[in-house]
Design a protein around this ligand. Structure first.
Ligand code: RB5
Length: 164
């Protein structure tokens, strides 16, 4: 998998994204900036989709999503099976979320944290790696199981609705 960081934001996160793209490049990271490219209002699910797809198609290893609070982007990203997105506005969650939970998308709220804290969180998040500990693998396997069960349930429900 390429060591690319995919990043995207809605209008609420556009300015912070611009700073973080430069910050990531300064760290020597390969960055794929998927928009938005201005502060014209857009819809955060469209940007969550772009970053999630880059990860699921293995075009990026990790992703960053920014909206006003981080909430909308996080909720949308977690709808994609295989995505483990979390809002981290502190450095402890940023590294522990990777070490224990294998978080693959970091969500930030540009209206909540300042740029310097955001950079520090990104730096720490990037330097963390999943521990691979048995108990964490077991918990992640349970999340995969929930996704599989829900996917099956939804497919069955869809069929029932069609058959009605
Ligand atoms: C957009 O105004 C705002 O709702 C969005 O950036 C985000 O905060 C949603 O969670």
């Amino acid at each position: 998998m390429k060591k690319v960081v995919a990043i995207a934001a809605d209008h609420g996160g556009f300015h912070l994204k611009t700073l973080l793209v430069e910050f990531l490049k300064g760290l020597g990271k390969a960055v794929n900036d998927l928009g938005t490219y201005s502060d014209e209002p857009v819809d955060y699910p469209d940007y969550a989709r772009k970053v999630a797809q880059e990860i699921l198609h293995k075009k990026a290893e990790k992703g960053i999503l920014i909206c006003g609070s981080g909430v909308g982007a996080c909720v949308a990203a977690n709808k994609f099976p295989g995505i483990r997105a979390a809002i981290c506005h502190d450095t402890f969650s940023a590294h522990q979320g990777v070490e224990d939970d294998d978080m693959n998308i970091l969500c930030l709220g540009a209206r909540v944290i300042g740029p310097e804290l955001a950079k520090e969180i990104v730096r720490i998040w990037l330097s963390a790696s999943f521990s691979g500990a048995e108990r964490h693998c077991r918990r992640l396997a349970k999340i995969d199981q929930i996704e599989r069960e829900f996917t099956k349930w939804r497919a069955k429900k869809g069929k029932e609705v069609k058959d009605e």
